[in-house]
Design a protein around this ligand. Structure first.
Ligand SMILES: [Mg+2]
Length: 264
């Protein structure tokens, strides 16, 4: 292994509360949603130190988390919020996809457009709250710090580069990543594009790269390149995704098992 490439959200950063917050604001820009409105009013009235706790404790957030693995892009967060508002039970991919189609293409396009705008606005207006909602997975940070001399560290993410750079600095690990080692959403829709970019930049073969993501479908795409793929059990997935990963020959790894698995 010459390069250890990591997805950002759900692998390095426990950022789902931030996604939930931004998603609530995004949806309310163009759709009435009494449930989302009540949640946002409640969160906004909460002291910064307790907002994260409050979000995580809400049953709607827990439902949002369960739906996250069924989506791929920002608009999927909107789909999840609509499912929560309408009390739709979306237990598998087929039901989820059908519900998404019923919402229509305009819904997805509008949500996507406003989501990034809302994130920028949130980060600009309330940087301290924004940071509170994206905390690192502490165990992973320790491994990266301890092992940064043994392997080239890289990030392959669908998040914007500015947010990633800010959070890596906050987590105290920005210096562990060489110039060009953070490949962000500009690389393309598929993580295959990210991995191709990293192989070129580090001048390594695909089988010299290990890629850790918390989404089984991203790993299934990149595995075809010959990259060694691992599903991060500590991220946003559950038993349903573990089964899919294993069926496709992708290892499912816990944070406790990661360091000995990678470095012996
Ligand atoms: Mg992820």
């Amino acid at each position: 292994m010459k390069v250890l490439a990591l997805d950002f959200d759900g692998v390095i950063s426990d950022s789902a509360p931030e996604c939930f917050w931004v998603s609530l604001r995004t949806l309310l820009r163009f759709r009435p949603s009494p449930t989302c409105e009540a949640l946002l009013v409640d969160f906004e009235a909460t002291d910064r130190l307790f907002i994260r706790e409050k979000i995580v404790a809400s049953p709607q957030y827990q439902k949002f988390l369960k739906l996250m693995p069924l989506g791929n892009r920002a608009e999927d967060f909107g789909v999840a919020l609509q499912a929560i508002e309408l009390r739709a039970e979306l237990d598998d991919q087929a039901t989820y996809d059908a519900f998404f189609r019923e919402l229509g293409a305009n819904f997805a396009a509008e949500f996507h457009r406003y989501f990034y705008w809302e994130r920028e606005a949130f980060r600009g207006a309330q940087p301290e709250v924004w940071e509170t909602l994206s905390v690192p997975f502490a165990g992973l940070i320790e491994i990266l710090k301890a092992r940064s001399g043994d392997v080239n560290l890289a990030v392959a993410t669908a998040k914007d580069g500015h947010s990633v750079a800010t959070l890596l600095a906050n987590y105290g690990i920005a210096s562990l990543f060489a110039d060009g080692a953070v490949v962000d959403k500009e690389a393309g829709r598929s993580k295959r594009a990210h991995l191709r970019t990293l192989a070129e930049r580090f001048d390594v073969a695909f089988d010299e790269i290990t890629f850790i993501d918390d989404k089984a479908n991203h790993l299934m795409e990149t595995q075809q390149l010959g990259v060694r793929c691992l599903l991060a059990q500590w991220g946003y997935n559950g038993e349903r995704e573990h089964v899919v990963a294993r069926e496709n020959g992708i290892g499912v790894i816990s944070l406790d098992a990661l360091e000995p698995y990678l470095f012996g």
